[in-house]
Design a protein around this ligand. Sequence first.
Ligand code: NDP
Length: 244
Amino acid sequence: MSIRLDGKRVLVTGGTGGIGRGLSHAFAGAGAGLVTCGRSDEEAAARMSRELKEIGGEHHVVLADVTRPDQVDTLLEECRTRLGGLDVLVSNAGAISHIPFAELPLEEWKRVLDTNLTAAYLLISKALPLLSDGASIVLIGSRVATVGIPLRAHYTASKSALIGLARSLAKELGGRRIRVNVVAPGVIETPERPLPDEVKQRYHQLTAIGRLGSPAEIANAVLFLASDLSSYITGETVHVDGGI
Ligand code: NDP
């Protein structure tokens, strides 16, 4: 059971670790050409390059901070020169912190909003000339955006804004058959961030399926939305959360 994306040109941000690493493996494994980036971890970027080389194909890993307009320009230039354009754009890089709202400093509010929301604006607006007609944009949101959770008001505000962004852009870009969707993960365990057993148990009880999700399960939904199998789905939010 696998989706093939041979010939598709893909950008995944934040692909050197966590869910983005799983997304990058999945796109490369499906035959897509891939550019991905981390922000600053050179070791993780080098590891990702090695892993992608093993899978084979046209893949490039760079360091670029998606909150910085000049670095987004550089990242997209890499997509243009290496891939010749983009058919799929996945805005995945994200930031989170756990702070009571009453103590939340403006700088932290801005850091989280810049990474989760403004970076998506920068990426999409700057990528428009590169995106093919019929391209697919996938924004990685979060299940908690529409549920709410204490200590993460800034995070949930930024992630729920992605839903409105996708709904409006779907309408604005639909003339070019560009689709814009959100994938909203529940609690995903990544090799980089193993959770303590007691936290895991609590989350197990919160999900209908009784376990945490994996990056590969997020990738399955993202690949579906990136593929022509989802050609009539746009402006939608797909929750991949095991039934929270
Ligand atoms: P991680 O923090 O593990 O992701 C790390 C990746 O993002 C690294 O490659 C990191 O690079 C990169 N990154 C971070 N900030 C930037 C930036 N400003 N510019 C470029 N790259 C950046 O996150 P997860 O994998 O856990 O999450 C991925 C996405 O999924 C996020 O949007 C998150 O909000 C969302 N999500 C995650 C859930 C989970 O349970 N994990 C649940 C719901 C949503 P470097 O290491 O070099 O900084």
